[in-house]
Ligand binder design. Structure first.
Ligand code: ADE
Ligand code: ZN
Length: 339
């Protein structure tokens, strides 16, 4: 048994899948400045430190404003490659064995960057990560919910020639006032095309948004979903359907969903029987990659190593992977825990 190593080493070594990760949210200020310089894109921040100082968020929207601004320096295939490769190196060092990456094509196509440029760069890095780091992957196209569904439908048509390169679609951006019900047509098209479907719901929005995501979009996983605990019937539904939540603890405290990690609902959801997974969301902005999320959550909520291992097994159960690969990865967790 592993008992002598530090909790930090345990959290880093534990094999896991990352299922809630916005690639644009992995843009570290140093890389952002380097890419802005090589692309000749002016920044309103004079230094890396000044940019970092602006990462003092009050809610989801205050973060999204700066996140979209940062993504504005990404222009070329090599930029998307560099961004994704830098993330994969960090993730592999954190024990990530499989990743399902979100990307927001509208953030880029609305600036004139071709859809294929974005996807080509991300996918080239992921293929290299699979070959050189042994990290398998899926790519999830997210629609921006603050834009009309017609824009999402146009994006889906743009993506059509590339659907074989995607594992699923999702829904992200500003939540309150933009309920899942507004995206039923585009999600129906995605399901008809054989894609998996997920959506952010119950991050800042109420349990009603989680019900809409389940009933109207027919999502297979809920991204965040942490407010589900306010509705016992909804919790029962998540438990009985084994519908996983992709929880992002450091994101939730950075965006003031919870005042402190010790107030987080994830332990209560887990104890109720919900399939909880831990993820980093936008790690360059929220103070830590996935192992840091495991570590700080364990310390704040007093979770033992067996519970962390359960979250890791949950991440493989929740992944959009063939059963054989899931079993192989879960066996890695068992072997790691046994030492
Ligand atoms: N886009 C990037 N991160 C997000 C989050 N946490 N919620 C909604 N949209 C996002
Ligand atoms: Zn997210």
């Amino acid at each position: 048994m592993r008992s002598t190593e530090s909790l930090r080493d345990f959290c880093q070594g534990l094999p896991k899948a990352e299922l809630h990760l916005h690639i644009e949210g992995t843009f570290e200020p140093e890389l952002l400045f380097a890419i802005a310089a090589r692309n000749g894109v002016p920044l309103r921040f004079p230094t890396v430190e000044a940019l970092r100082e602006a990462y003092a968020f009050t809610d989801l929207q205050s973060f999204l404003d700066i996140y979209y601004e940062g993504a504005g320096v990404l222009l070329h295939e090599a930029d998307f490659f560099d961004l994704t490769w830098a993330y994969l190196l960090r993730a592999a060092a954190d024990g990530v064995r499989h990743v399902e990456i979100f990307f927001d094509p509208q953030t880029h196509t609305d600036r004139g960057v071709p859809f294929a440029t974005v996807l080509d760069g991300i996918e080239r890095a992921l293929k290299r990560g699979e070959d050189e780091l042994g990290v398998s992957y899926g790519i999830i196209l997210c629609f921006l919910r603050h834009l009309p569904e017609d824009a999402a439908l146009a994006t889906f048509e743009e993506a059509r020639p590339h659907l074989h390169r995607l594992v699923g679609v999702g829904l992200d951006s500003s939540e309150v006032g933009f309920p899942p019900s507004g995206f039923q047509r585009v999600f129906a098209l995605a399901r008809e095309a054989g894609l998996h479907v997920v959506a952010h719901a119950g991050e800042e929005g109420p349990p009603a948004y989680v019900y809409e995501a389940l009933d109207l979009l027919r999502v297979e996983r809920v991204d965040h979903g942490v407010r589900s605990i306010e509705d016992p019937a909804l919790v029962r539904r998540l438990v009985e359907g084994r519908i996983p939540l992709t929880v992002c603890p450091l994101s939730n405290t950075a965006l003031k969903v919870f005042g402190h990690l010790r107030d987080h609902t994830l332990a209560g959801l887990h104890e109720a029987g919900v399939v909880v997974t831990l993820n980093s969301d936008d790690p360059a902005y929220f103070g830590g990659y996935i192992a840091q999320n495991f570590l700080e959550t364990a310390v704040a909520l007093g979770l033992d190593r067996a519970t962390l291992a359960t979250f890791a097994r949950n991440s493989f159960e929740a992944a959009f992977l063939p059963e054989a690969r899931k079993r192989e990865l879960m066996a890695e967790v068992d072997a790691f825990v046994a030492g």
